[in-house]
Design a protein around this ligand. Sequence first.
Ligand SMILES: Cc1ncc(COP(=O)(O)O)c(C=O)c1O
Length: 395
Amino acid sequence: MEIAPIVRRTGDAAFFERFSEKNAEKVRAFHASFPMYRETPLRPLSGLVNRLGIRGFYVKDESYRFGLNAFKVLGGSWAAARYVAKRLDIPLDELSFERIVSDEVRTRLGDVTFVTTTDGNHGRGVAWTARQLRQKAVVYMPKGTRPERLENIRKEGADASITEMSYDDAVRFTRRQAEANGWVMMQDTTLPGYSEIPGWIMEGYGTMAFEAYRQLPEPPTHIFVQAGVGSMAGAVAAFFASVYPQERKPVITVVEPLTADCVFQTAKAADGKLHAASGKLDTMMAGLACGEVCGLAWELLESCADFAIVCGDEASVEGMRLLASPVGDDPAVVSGESGAATTGLAAMLLANPSCDGIRRTLKLDGQSVILCFSTEGATDVENYCRVTGKKPFLN
Ligand SMILES: Cc1ncc(COP(=O)(O)O)c(C=O)c1O
């Protein structure tokens, strides 16, 4: 485990404003228009609180999101809606599920193919959205992707395949395919000259942050948020920095796998440049196995997040087990590898004497109220059963 402070640099206020409470509420209203919309639960873990000797521990359970087992669909669906709005000149406050899936929109839009790279969850969300819009999706996955994640995307009707490329190379391949075929690239990370859609995707994640904020019975002192390319972490950090005054802003810590540490390396270098991961992206936290930070996300993290931490797969294992077999009467949360990393890490920081230094740096103590996002359920059921010794219940 290693920690680096994120050196504060104030970014573009207008961009930051896109993640304010007012704007996140609009995005949430759009998602709330979906017939399958239910707020995902925020689970208070009182037994764990007593065991760790803190004041509060809350986990937002995204395994319930639209029956898709992860938060990611929030980004793809909002970005697709904004794409439709831009092409057809529809005001944003007129966007609703009914409108975007209507015959009128389908006819005026004609045939569209959305294309993306994914390690699982984002592609499933894009494929699901394309199906709702009665459009096509092409999805590329990095080498080593578990077949179960591929099948879940195919079930949404997408033309999905596992490539021989790393995640970051597959993203560049996707861009070339989009340009060659006239497809719409729906990527959750920026590339040179490509930032509009990733920005929309990040706005979409605002729904998760907004819900958690409204559900919390007390303000959090610490938020742990996991990062692949950092888009979700950036959106969450910007939202929570905007809703609390500076003196009460929670300490926001970005968590990554040791071998996919692009946010950590960028924070550590603190030279105003983006840095690639130092490892080979070999981690069981598939959703976090990204080698390059999203530039837009880094802008938000630099102005709102406080620390970057890297951890091994043991943090994820700890979190998966803790959430599957909770302390005392705490509710069980089905949490997959990428989802459980932050809960596991926070619990390890509080329980392990070897983490004293990091705990002091983060000012974690008996008064701390922690918020973590379990961003996915069991997306690799075989591994989930192996790690937790339990069969996941599917939400
Ligand atoms: C379950 C899960 N959690 C967290 C993340 C990280 O999101 P981001 O790539 O925006 O940092 C992902 C990304 O795919 C994911 O699938």
